[in-house]
Every structure is written in structure tokens, then in C-alpha cells.
Design a protein around this ligand. Structure first.
Ligand SMILES: O=C(O)c1ccc(O)c(O)c1
Ligand SMILES: [Mg+2]
Length: 628
């Protein structure tokens, strides 16, 4: 199956669109009439331009309001079509999409539509062209692919086929398995789009909120499986109308689109062996076994602030790198690496962003397989020449110029701590922190879909519904992603305004980055006490919060007082309970969170998030009186 994308999916002018589509690796495109009409070049020149980019024109669209018209209107529609056929010949396009009519005078009737389309197919065939009929979800008489197929079947003309569009079928909740009964050679073209599940008018939803397969909530994999089962082996083409994408970077949107199609074909192939995908073999979604390390880039002077916080949380300096100014801070299953080298990747990260998380190490079963999959999904590999005696650990580029390293036991990369580091012999205190609970990455709202697709397409990770968090100065959208065992969790936080806390952090850190690190505690009260004893300062939470908490959950005075004492926030869902408290932000804006989950709690304290944001803002504006 070839990959294609409609020009309407990408921002920019036609030249920019073509460059982005070609660079992302698509085989071809659907030329959207509007994109072409607005360009100054002649149809012939546009066709040549497309082919010069190594791209094939797979479809010309849309041709509207054709079938079922009375008398003179019908004749007019045939004239219009002839004119478009002339244009297609100039362009070098041989397939035209006809979408079901929304014309107020269209009469309906399966046979009438079939007769009109058969007659038009005859005209197209004389010119060596073909036409494909698509049911728009809001079509006046035809709004279901089953009816569109019945029309195509009755018209029975070799130059007429069906066009399927996942949005129109799935948006109307039509069972995709109904596609399985259509012969694959009568399907001329397949368009794909996903969308977030929002209850709204179909036309408005379709024209503004479509997104890439895997970015939304529609069962696009089931749809593609059904298509594959018919034996269809034509192009899979993205047709994405999205307001956000229209304003996005053409290169990023095209890359995400290509990634989504590779992901989709891979998922489909695994479930539906009949699929003939032009895809190399690639390993299945990579299972992540945990966070092996979190590395900060810093400088000797700036690192002190961070290292003080680490010591106050009960970390000890466990080991030093043999050749580099790199130290490992450790507590149970958590390793925090502090890199103050003056050359190399971490240093350039530091120069660009200041102190911050430059590298995340993930534990996987097979590091090499991980980069093979990541590469097939258009991720950028990262490498830096290893120093003498150092291991070559596979890595890719992640959020905001940071990197992701992959550590496995299979190729003994997990021995890096013994091979490259020498123990300091420092005493290990135990403040009860056990492992990384989650990493919170802050980014521009417009980047969220892109990074969520990145994680969920490469790794075995699932998305949770998107949440809104109210910041006093705007909204933050939050998207949690986690492995099925919940052992590795990442939250993506999207800022829409630079006046929000997250937005301010983005400006200060010169781009997307980890804004907070949540560490899991065995016993949050014991951890809070030990940390306070070591001088750790928590984020003060106002009295009002605890009054509200008592009312909300009927907590007794003693429990509320205990929570209040350590500024611990609380949330409960049935038997499941969540406890969390925050540290104060470091100079770099990053802060730590300590959490304890009980009874299978699976969230992130969404009800508490606005209190946390307001408390942080009070603190940074210097208006808060510490209570303890
Ligand atoms: O929104 C539309 O009008 C429109 C046009 C052509 C398509 O292929 C489509 O899916 C929608
Ligand atoms: Mg369509």
C-alpha cells in the first residue's frame, strides 16, 4: 500500500506543502482543488512541480453536488465535470473524487444516482480517467458508505469505484466490518483521519477537528483492517482538516502524518495478515520496563542548587563517572545523573536551555530493536562518539531537543553503572522514595498531539483522556500516557498562554522540557518527615484547601491535620487514594513531586492540580507566607 496525503492537511502555500510532503517520505498526494486554484502556476506546471518532487498525484478532489439533479441542473453538472476532466488531464491526475451531494435540489434515489455516475464514468473512461464516489457523513441523501457502495455496485461501470473515508464512516459510528463485504478492486481510494470524540455537528467536527490516525479516539485500526481484508491495495491517504494543523509547521505535520500511516499499517498488518503493506519488518511496539535514569545538564555552579534538593530528598551521591564530570545520585530504584561537562551534548543542551533534564534513560528488553522501530517511525537517531571504555547506548531525539537512551540487559547496557562509574562509598540514607512515578513534560499546546503520537507509536503506551487544568492565567491541557502495567508514566502538559505557569516555564527554558519529576514513596508521611528534617521545603498549600477537602471526603480532624502539616494534597476515588506534595521550584523552574498511590489509584490528582498551580504562582510572585 502506498502512502499519500491530501494537500489540505498541510499548512503553507502549495510550494511549501509539496516540499514538506516529499521530505516526509510520502509516495503521493491528493490534490485539493482549492490549493491548486489559489496557486499562480498553470495546471501543467503544478503537475510537473509535483512530479519533480518525486510525488504521484493519486486523486483530484472534491467534485461536489453532482448526482441526482433535475433537468438543466443535471446538464450543468455534467459540463462542470467535463471541465474538471480537462483540468485533470493537464495536471496528470487520473482519479477524481465525487462526494455525495448536499445540493438542496438533489432528488435522491439509489438508481438515479447510479445512472448519473455510470454516465459520468463513461465520459471519464473515454478520456482514460476514473471517478470515485464518497459518502459524506452529512450528504443529503447518501451519508453512509453502504449506500454509496450500493450505488457503485448498481452503476456497474469499470471506471467507477468507491472512495472510503474513515471519518465519514466512523464519525457516524458505522460498524467498519461492513466494509469487509465490498470487493477490494471496487474500492478506488481510501482516506484516513482520526478525531477526538466530541459530540458536535458532523460537518463542523470533520472540517475543524480531524487529526492523524492514532491521535484521536476513532477505531481507525479496525477500519483499516476491514479495508485490508477486502484485498484493497491502493493508497492509504490522509485527509485531515484541522484548524491547529493549518497554523502548524508544514514539516512537522507531514512528518507526523507519515509516522501515523506507518504506525497504522504496522498495527493493521499485525492484526490482519492479508494486508499487503510496502513496509519493512519492524519490531512490535516496544515495552518499557521503567525509567533507568534521568539526566540533568548543568554547570558546576548551577548544579549545587539541584544537588542540595536531591540531598534533601534523601538521595546520595552514589558514583562518579570515570572520565567525565558526571555523578549519579541514587535512592532505591531512582537514578538521577548530574552532568556538568563542558563539552558534548549535555553542555550544548545547558547552553541552550539552562539547567534541565537533557536525557531520559528507559529500560527496555532490546535497545537495538527499540531504535529500529523508532527509526521506522521517523524518529531521529542520536549518537555521540563514546569516550574510551564507554558503552555505546542507542538513543533517539525526544521532546524539546532532549534525548532518550535505551538500556537493556540483553546487550549488557545495564552494566553501564559498573563499567563507566566508580562508587563514592557515600552512605545511603533511606527516605522511602522507591521509583519514578511520572515525568511531566511541558510544551506548547500545538505540540501535544505530535509527542503523544511519538510515544504511543514507538512504545507500548496508552493515552488517557485529555484533561483541562485551570491556571489563574489560562488553561493547561494535560495528556497522560502510560505503559499497560502503569510502571512508566509520562504526562504532556500543553500551554496555550505564556502567562500560565507552564507557559512561563516554556519561555524560561527556551522550549519544551521536563517541568516536574514525580517520585513514588512507600509511605508519604514518613518521606515528608525525613525530607523536612533534611531541610526540604514543600510547596505551601492554603488552609482553604483542607477545609474543602474535609467537606469533600468527610475526613476526620486528625487526618486533615496530618495532611496539612506536610502540605500533602489528597484525592480519593472509591477505595483508591492518592497523596501528593510538591517541592518548591528550583532556579531552573523545575520542581519535584512526591506521591503515594494506594488501592490502585491510576490518576494524577486532577482535582488538586489547580491548587498546586495557584500555590506555585503565589510563591513565585512572592506573596505567600510560609505556614510551617
Ligand atoms: O468537508 C468536505 O466538504 C469534504 C470534501 C471532500 C472529502 O473527501 C471529505 O471527506 C470532506
Ligand atoms: Mg474524504
Amino acid at each position: 500500500m502506498k502512502t499519500s496525503i491530501a494537500t489540505v492537511s498541510i499548512s503553507g502555500n502549495l510550494t511549501e506543502k509539496l516540499a514538506a510532503i516529499a521530505a516526509a517520505g510520502f509516495d503521493g498526494l491528493e490534490i485539493f482543488e482549492q490549493d491548486f486554484l489559489q496557486d499562480a502556476a498553470s495546471p501543467r506546471e503544478v503537475g510537473a512541480m509535483i512530479r519533480d518532487h518525486g510525488l504521484e498525484i493519486m486523486l483530484y478532489q472534491p467534485f461536489r453536488d453532482f448526482e441526482g439533479l433535475p433537468g438543466p441542473l443535471r446538464a450543468r453538472a455534467f459540463d462542470r465535470a467535463r471541465h474538471k476532466f480537462d483540468l485533470m488531464a493537464e495536471l496528470g491526475a487520473d482519479l477524481m473524487l465525487i462526494c455525495s451531494s448536499v445540493h438542496p435540489q438533489a432528488m435522491g434515489g439509489i438508481d438515479r444516482a447510479a445512472d448519473d455516475l455510470a454516465e459520468l464514468a463513461g465520459i471519464a473512461a473515454e478520456r482514460g480517467l476514473r471517478i470515485g464516489y464518497e459518502a459524506l457523513a452529512w450528504g443529503r441523501h447518501v451519508s453512509d458508505h453502504r449506500d454509496a457502495w450500493e450505488i457503485v455496485r448498481r452503476a456497474d461501470h469499470p471506471a467507477l469505484g468507491l472512495v472510503l473515508d474513515s471519518f465519514h464512516s466512523l464519525g457516524r459510528r458505522i460498524d467498519p466490518d461492513t466494509i469487509r463485504r465490498i470487493p477490494g478492486d471496487r474500492i478506488f481510494f481510501v482516506q484516513l483521519a482520526d478525531a477526538p470524540q466530541i459530540d458536535m455537528d458532523l460537518l463542523y467536527w470533520s472540517r475543524h477537528f480531524r487529526n492523524m490516525p492514532g491521535e484521536g479516539d476513532l477505531p481507525v485500526v479496525e477500519f483499516t483492517r476491514a479495508v485490508a481484508a477486502t484485498g484493497y491495495d491502493g493508497p492509504l491517504s490522509l485527509e485531515i482538516f484541522n484548524d491547529q494543523f493549518r497554523g502548524g509547521s508544514p514539516g512537522t505535520i507531514a512528518r507526523d502524518g507519515h509516522r501515523s500511516l506507518i504506525w497504522l499499517m504496522d498495527q493493521t498488518r499485525r492484526a490482519e495478515p492479508a494486508l499487503r503493506a510496502d513496509l519493512p519488518d519492524l519490531p512490535a511496539n516496544i515495552g518499557v520496563e521503567g525509567v533507568e535514569f534521568i539526566e540533568f545538564a548543568s554547570s558546576p555552579s548551577e548544579a549545587t542548587n539541584l544537588e542540595t534538593a536531591l540531598a534533601q530528598m534523601g538521595f546520595h551521591r552514589e558514583a562518579r563517572h570515570r572520565n567525565k564530570q558526571v555523578t549519579v545520585w541514587r535512592q532505591a530504584g531512582i537514578r538521577i545523573v548530574v552532568n556538568v561537562e563542558e563539552t558534548g551534548f549535555a553542555h550544548s543542551f545547558f547552553l541552550n536551555h539552562g539547567t534541565g533534564v537533557c536525557d531520559i534513560g528507559l529500560r527496555v528488553a532490546d535497545a537495538q530493536a527499540t531504535v529500529t522501530r523508532a527509526r521506522a517511525l521517523d524518529a531521529t537517531l542520536f549518537s555521540q562518539p563514546p569516550g574510551p571504555g564507554e558503552l555505546e547506548i542507542p538513543a533517539i531525539r525526544g521532546v524539546g531537543g532532549s534525548i532518550l537512551h535505551f538500556i537493556d540487559a540483553k546487550s549488557r547496557l545495564d552494566e553501564v553503572w559498573q563499567v563507566e562509574f566508580t562508587p563514592t562509598g557515600d552512605r545511603a540514607p533511606d527516605f522511602g522514595l522507591t521509583c519514578v512515578d511520572h515525568l511531566a513534560e511541558t510544551m506548547d499546546y500545538d505540540e501535544m498531539l505530535s509527542w503523544s503520537l511519538f510515544y504511543t507509536s514507538i512504545f507500548e503506551m496508552e493515552r488517557r483522556p485529555m484533561l483541562d487544568v485551570a491556571d489563574p492565567d489560562g488553561l493547561i491541557r494535560s495528556q497522560a500516557i502510560a505503559t499497560p502495567d502503569r510502571g512508566t508514566r509520562i504526562t504532556l502538559n500543553g500551554a496555550q498562554s505564556h502567562r500560565t505557569l507552564a507557559g512561563g516555564f516554556l519561555t524560561d527554558s527556551m522550549g519544551s522540557a521536563v517541568q516536574h519529576i514525580a517520585l513514588a514513596s512507600r509511605d508519604i508521611f514518613a518521606s515528608a518527615e525525613a525530607m523536612a528534617g533534611a531541610g526540604f521545603q514543600t510547596l505551601p498549600i492554603p488552609e482553604n484547601y483542607y477545609a474543602d477537602l474535609r467537606a469533600r471526603y468527610g475526613l476526620d480532624e486528625a487526618t486533615a491535620a496530618r495532611l496539612r502539616r506536610w502540605n500533602i494534597l489528597y484525592e480519593a476515588e472509591g477505595e483508591a487514594e492518592f497523596f501528593q506534595f510538591y517541592g518548591r521550584p528550583l532556579h531552573c523552574g523545575l520542581f519535584f513531586e512526591i506521591v503515594e498511590r494506594r488501592g490502585g489509584y491510576d490518576g494524577y490528582g486532577a482535582l488538586n492540580a489547580p491548587f498546586r498551580v495557584a500555590a506555585l504562582k503565589r510563591l513565585t510572585r512572592g506573596k505567600d507566607m510560609p505556614r510551617n
